[in-house]
Design a protein around this ligand. Structure first.
Ligand code: SF4
Length: 321
């Protein structure tokens, strides 16, 4: 690990006094620093800022950036009104990690591509211009949607897939300004610059995530498929938020995990499903549309079928629930 300076911020004003890399739960960043994948010279610990609250608002819910994953997943309002978010978080990592990991840290969770974490291998995301060892290498777990010739890494988080289907907004603050970004606009596709993963600006801090309450009568669900039952990343997952009346899909929001370069919102599929009566035929067409632009790699063509089945199973569950 490289040497670095450490400073703890007690107030939001403190945060912007000096440049540095923000540290919250540290469950991702510290791993990367130990591996020399990330080598920040200055660390600003923002994990003790008063940003841990999970509060009901006039329009829905506000989750502070420092709220622990475990606290969000086990919060009564989240379990009742945003079940997919609770289910997604509980499907991720271990209890110990969930007790430490923060909401904002999870938003910025980085890929598990094995070459990204191995500094002896070329990786455009870690070292721009060095190449991509995964394209002709071990790519079984990587993305089939949103990939580029420079990077085929997938986004690893479960939380963010549920937040995508819940149409969350990310609240950002810098020294002189505040802004909000829809989660679907927060993540960038790899293109020619896979090292740029979000629209976060230099020195900008995530202060929270807000979610509008889905319309009355909506339900949500998160389904995760993986190689083993726990402590494993998704091969494919689906978050669905839907309002269904007597078999008719009045409103639906969908996102997939494990298969995309970012948490993958299915806007076209949502449009196709709304106003239709639920049926296996409809869901089969939805699944075909969901993976229409898939670009499987040498080892992960199975994800195309897996993603389809995951989507169909999630839609079947929510429309029968
Ligand atoms: Fe790096 Fe992306 Fe290639 Fe993995 S897929 S080696 S993260 S450039």
């Amino acid at each position: 690990m490289q040497q670095f300076t450490y400073r703890r911020a007690s107030t939001l004003d403190d945060v912007f006094k000096m440049p540095g890399r923000f540290l919250s739960g540290g469950t991702n960043l510290i791993d990367h620093m130990k591996l020399d994948v990330e080598t920040p010279k200055a660390i600003i610990d923002v994990g003790r800022l008063p940003l841990e609250k999970i509060e009901k608002t006039k329009t829905g819910l506000m989750i502070g950036a420092a709220a622990k994953n475990a606290d969000v997943a086990n919060h009564e309002i989240v379990k009742k009104d945003y079940a997919a978010l609770s289910q997604a978080i509980l499907a991720g990592a271990s209890a110990q990690l969930r007790n430490k990991a923060s909401t904002a840290g999870n938003l910025l969770q980085r890929t598990r591509c094995v070459y990204f974490r191995d500094t002896s291998k070329p990786c455009n995301k870690r070292q721009p211009g060095s190449g991509c060892a995964a394209i002709d290498g071990y790519n079984r777990n990587l993305a089939i949607l949103g990939v580029s010739s420079k990077c085929i890494a997938n986004h690893p988080s479960d939380q963010n897939v549920a937040l995508m289907a819940l149409e969350a907004r990310v609240h950002l603050q810098s020294a002189g300004a505040k802004r909000e970004v829809a989660l679907n606009d927060f993540y960038l596709l790899p293109g020619d610059t896979p090292e740029k993963e979000t629209v976060l600006r230099e020195g900008e801090l995530i202060t929270g995530v807000s979610i509008d309450a889905p319309p009355s009568g909506s339900k949500s669900y998160y389904l995760k498929l993986r190689d083993r039952a726990s402590y494993e990343f998704a091969l494919a997952s689906t978050a669905v938020v839907a309002k269904v009346s007597e078999g008719r899909i009045e409103r639906v929001r969908l996102a997939m995990g494990g298969v995309g370069a970012k948490p993958w919102r299915l806007l076209e599929v949502e449009k196709m499903l709304e106003g239709q009566n639920a049926s296996p035929e409809l869901f089969a067409r939805a699944a075909d549309l969901a993976v229409r632009d898939a670009k499987p790699q040498s080892m992960n063509a199975f994800k195309v079928e897996l993603a389809k089945r995951c989507l169909v199973a999630a839609l079947t569950h929510i429309t029968k629930a």
